[in-house]
Unconditional design. Sequence first.
Length: 121
Amino acid sequence: MNKDNTQTKLEQAAAEAVKVVATAAKEATKVVATAAKAATKLTNISNSADHDLLIKLETKMDGLKEDIRSLSDGTAKQINDHEVRINSLETEKTKTNTLLSMGIGILTLLVSLLTWHLIGR
């Protein structure tokens, strides 16, 4: 019963991690699309405005770098949080399995002693 609960928790944590990564990928796609749009504008302008556009583009690229960095940092933090949760669930599962094994061993010993006492004398 507890094994099923732990397994369910692990599955939920994995599903949530997948959602976080998918959201981060979607945000990154939007950022890249914005940069591509700005790059397309660069090729469509006249030579007289090239310098001004390059400065604007450089400014936008700096902002883009910061956006990607902050997005990356947030995703890394969320993945780290999931790793901590999954590790605690795995520890709980190991502890439960150990205690169940010990209980089974004790019960086996008691049944063996009872059988020996009733039949073995």
